[in-house]
Design a protein around this ligand. Structure first.
Ligand code: ASP
Length: 302
């Protein structure tokens, strides 16, 4: 089977003037990493590298360009999961790091744990010699201005942005030449979140899941709702009875009907099919088709 790669750049109401930057960002990630998958890199290496490219891009709410929390600080969450072993690594509320997905990968590979948070994650990253940046290095003018706008708005709720404001968590799913699946997701969370708030992204089964017996999945959207229905694992479970595209659509229906949630998922089944569904106004995606051609775009809600 040919390797497969799909990425997303968040599911929200992407303004028309930002669409080109989003499409360019997701397209760049798949076009850079897919040839490496064809040359035999593992699904895990592929999703980590694809997410790293998106973390670097200030267009997205991950790494550089992340939202500020209620204190005007950036706290990042990320996960990476290996479908062959069900091993995963995750970090939450980590600061001053451009590539939290790589810290998550190191948690998986070099510790006996799955998940490190806050100060402990920070110390671990330092030990792994993962470069720490000046907090200003992750901050963009766009996010500073947005924070100033919402910080005193007493009507502001964290569900709102997925309908209206900029979001842009990033994620990737890959199937490699050895039929192994992997998934990774990385985020700055939601705007004006409480300090210490952890959303769905670093939680296995919520923000991502990968199992060689079913699928690899990366989710994005309003984290509190995604957590409640374990959106990514739900896709894998639904695959017992449904083909992949139906499974992703059903998972979004469950998200909407059970918890009034908003979000989107990308997925690759163990048989190499792609799936994408969302109930936010738009979702940015890119993947490589059977002929090796990259397909990217912003999908609007049906
Ligand atoms: N799911 C992320 C969170 O709630 C945000 C997003 O996907 O845009 O932290």
């Amino acid at each position: 089977m040919k390797p497969k790669l799909i990425v997303h750049g968040g599911a929200w109401n992407i303004p028309t003037e930002l669409e080109t930057d989003h499409i360019r960002g997701v397209k760049q990630a798949v076009e850079k990493i897919y040839p490496q998958l064809e040359n035999g890199i593992s699904a895990l290496d592929a999703v980590e590298s694809a997410v790293n490219i998106l973390e670097e891009n200030p267009v997205f709410d991950a790494g550089r360009g992340a939202f500020l929390n209620e204190n005007g600080e950036i706290e990042l969450d990320a996960i990476i999961m290996d479908g062959a072993t069900l091993n995963f690594g995750a970090v939450a509320a980590i600061q001053n790091i451009l590539h939290p997905a790589s810290v998550a990968r190191s948690v998986m590979e070099y510790t006996e744990h799955c998940f490190l948070v806050g100060h402990g994650a920070q110390i671990f990253a330092r030990k792994m010699e993962i470069p720490e940046l000046d907090p200003q290095a992750l901050l963009t003018e766009r996010e500073k201005a947005f924070y100033e706008k919402i910080k005193t708005d007493s009507q502001f709720h964290t569900r709102q942005p997925f309908d209206q404001q900029p979001m842009g968590t990033v994620g990737a799913v890959a199937l490699d030449k050895n039929d192994n699946l992997a998934a990774a997701t990385s985020t700055g969370g939601t705007p004006r979140k409480m300090a210490g708030r952890v959303g769905d992204t670093p939680i296995a089964g919520a923000g991502a899941y990968a199992d060689n017996q079913s699928a690899g999945v990366s989710a994005t959207g309003w984290g509190e709702s995604i957590l409640k229905v374990l959106l990514s694992k739900t896709v894998c479970d639904l695959l017992k009875d449904l083909p992949l595209q139906k499974a992703v659509q059903s998972s979004i229906k469950i998200l909407e009907q059970r918890v009034n949630g908003l979000g989107g998922v990308i997925a690759i089944s163990k048989d190499g099919e792609y799936g994408l569904a969302h109930n936010t106004p738009k979702m940015a995606f890119a993947y490589v088709d059977e002929d090796g051609k990259s397909i990217s775009g912003i999908r609007s809600r049906e």
